[in-house]
Write a protein that binds this ligand. Sequence first.
Ligand SMILES: Cc1ncc(COP(=O)(O)O)c(C=O)c1O
Length: 452
Amino acid sequence: MPAPQNAEAREVYEKERAHVLAPWTAWGKHDPMVVTKSEGVYLWDGDDNKLLDFTSQLVNTNIGHQHPVVVKAIQDQAAEMCTINPAHANAARAEAARLISSIAPEGMNRVFFTMAGTEAVEHAIRMARRHTGRVKTLSAFRSYHGATTTSMNLTGDTRRWANDYGNTGAVHFHAPFLYRSQFYAETEEQECERALQHLDDLIALEGPDHFAALIIESIPGTVGIMVPPADYLRGVREICDKYGIVMICDEVMSGFGRAGTWLALDNFRNGPDDWTPDLITFAKGSNSGYIPLGGVIIHDRIAESFKDTPYTGGLTYAGHPLACGSAVATINLMRDEGIVEHAKKLGEEVIGPRLREIAEKHPSVGEVRGLGCFWALELVKNQETREPLAPYGGSSEAMAKAMGAAKAEGVLLFMNYNRFHVVPPLVITEEQVREGLDVLDRALDVADGYVD
Ligand SMILES: Cc1ncc(COP(=O)(O)O)c(C=O)c1O
């Protein structure tokens, strides 16, 4: 990427390159886009190009950028109380906990606050270990759960490899993914049944009495937005019950409206009396990331373990008033403005149908899948063989060129290996989303040029 020409942005770029060790990046190759302004569903780069944000950054700005209601709530909270010892109660934390519990299934009434999704996962696993007295964990190969030692070892995707110490008790399994089935399945029902059988067999061979927790993204996010078959999570719950394993649904990316429901798991429950997880991890959409926030929503049956015996974990900023104040404002805003319902409608009436039309037209598109404002396009060299357009864990000229073509037309796409994700802020209008999808349609002409 050429450095920005605008003098102020160029200074930012040079300072950043001289002094910042950017995440997941070799600093010698760090070549970032400078962002000078963000508002609603748009960003402006260092050369004043206006970009439609089809990424929601790292899929967190569900209410868009700089929403005035939440910016004002943060300003008001800052004027009232910026920070306080987490041993004290404060109004923002108490109300955030009440509101967050209210979007969770019945019986999930207590919240442990963290600063991000990684820590939420770290603490959920520790709670499960304390609750069961066991150590080992289960998670999917195609998963991302965070960047600290425990959460990274739970993570299945390639980001784990260099950080895997091989001694954390993390065991991985294949979650359902019909398009690239490990089970030679041809239907969703077969994939579901065989994936559950595989999980049960794996646990039996690994020692059922040794597992504290199973963590699963209700809809896996960064790794490909594979919406599971309708009964899969219910089946996982049954297996966890059979072996006394704590079930954790990771909703860090999929929660807070992203999948057209408050929590993605709502899509797989038949009403309030249906199955529930034991713990839910959340972060990103809870306050759109305006101030770092995450946490664990705890079912009463787990919370009971920490009623008379303390939970051995805490953070100086647990339930930080600025973060919690912004979550209160965000959740109220999402309710008042029907943002979750809007996301659902966009998925059903605009994004889904238009992406299916795009898939019909382009030989480089192997599959489209998703719901709400949470969609992936799987790009392939060949629709028959399904060979990915970039290798697992890597990138390719084809992907980079298609991404560049979209950006040149003013749309920022989320790219991961051989996939583009369509994950705009949930407040995007129908017209804006259509404009972005038209650009994506044209950018895929570039990808088509690399098809065998
Ligand atoms: C499902 C899931 N879990 C956990 C995390 C880690 O969250 P954070 O980056 O806020 O620490 C992420 C981040 O993308 C995620 O998508």
